[in-house]
Design a protein around this ligand. Structure first.
Ligand code: BT5
Length: 277
């Protein structure tokens, strides 16, 4: 049963829908819509701490302190993107490290479905370990999973209509937007709906290993495989990822499995194409 949705401001609408309407249409327990917030992840963390149920969602039109990993900035201008955080309550601790990768896969599928780009051998949407989603030669989305004793907050930022211009200076390459490959206006609601469906099915049985079709899908979408990269202190050639979601890096001193890190140099030039092309 779907409980009544609460919102900090019941008059705020997102894609023409109130928080209560979104909660019902997407079968979410609670949706909050903020026209402006610091970070949806901070709000979702407070809701997680307060005991709100799994799939409670916080949406914002704009974030004034949106953040990525290691407190990097996440630019979230008004009206141009999907800035959302979900309360998740995985029971298995082994499942948690896979969440950013699973969400990346789900987001890639949802974006492709929204723009009608499914069913090709060369995916339109690529994945860059561990938490980046790429289209063309730019980052279209980022995922920030934050775990606490009570669960996980999954924050997802997608440039829908346009990539913020600040990204070009900050990341030294322009970002990408879903609309870059679509002539018709892209529906943020359709994207959110697709994402919620994927999130539900990909996390339902709390997988603790990336195997079978999921491992195959990561391989097809992997933009790093075969490239020479530097990950924090280590450099080498990316061989892929293992079942636990660790990056496999062939270095001069052997194969290294990297659990977490930031890939900051790619082939020495800082460039990468979606789907590794
Ligand atoms: C991420 O971090 O990519 C995770 C971003 C998560 C954002 C969501 S939005 C909803 C929720 N609320 C939050 O406060 N956060 C989450 P990371 O891998 O550390 O990448 C950060 C880097 O991405 C920055 O240093 C910039 O170079 C670049 N960047 C910032 N904003 C961007 C944007 N809108 N599009 C593309 N790249 C961006």
């Amino acid at each position: 049963m779907v409980a009544a949705a609460l919102s900090p401001d019941p008059h705020v609408r997102w894609e023409g829908r109130s928080a209560a309407e979104l909660a019902i249409e997407l079968a979410l327990p609670t949706v909050e819509i903020w026209s402006r917030i610091g970070s949806t992840n901070d709000r979702a963390r407070a809701l997680l701490a307060a005991g709100e149920p799994a799939f409670t969602a916080v949406l914002a039109e704009t974030q004034t302190a949106g953040r990525g990993r290691s407190n990097r900035r996440w630019y979230s201008p008004a009206g141009t993107g999907l800035w959302v955080s979900f309360v998740l309550r995985p029971l298995s601790l082994e499942h948690r490290p896979l969440l950013p990768l699973l969400i990346g896969i789900g987001l890639a599928r949802a974006i492709e479905r929204t723009v009608g780009a499914t069913g090709t051998d060369h995916p339109a949407v690529g994945l860059k370990w561990p938490n980046d989603v790429w289209m063309g030669a730019g980052k279209v989305a980022g995922i920030l999973c934050e775990a606490t004793g009570r669960g996980v907050v999954a924050g997802i930022g997608v440039n829908v209509a346009a990539a913020p211009p600040e990204v070009a200076t900050d990341a030294q390459r322009p970002g990408a937007a879903v609309a870059d490959c679509e002539a018709a206006p892209v529906s943020r609601f359709a994207l959110l709906e697709g994402l919620v469906g994927e999130l539900r099915s990909l996390t339902a049985d709390e997988p603790t290993r990336l195997r079978g079709v999921l491992a195959d899908e990561w391989r097809r979408r992997d933009v790093l495989r075969g490239r020479t990269v530097r990950v924090d202190g280590a450099s080498g050639r990316v061989e892929g990822i293992d079942e636990q979601g660790h990056l496999l890096l062939a270095t001069s001193s052997g194969l290294r499995r990297i659990a977490a890190g930031h890939v900051d140099t790619i082939n020495g030039q800082g460039t990468v194409d979606a789907a590794g092309r």
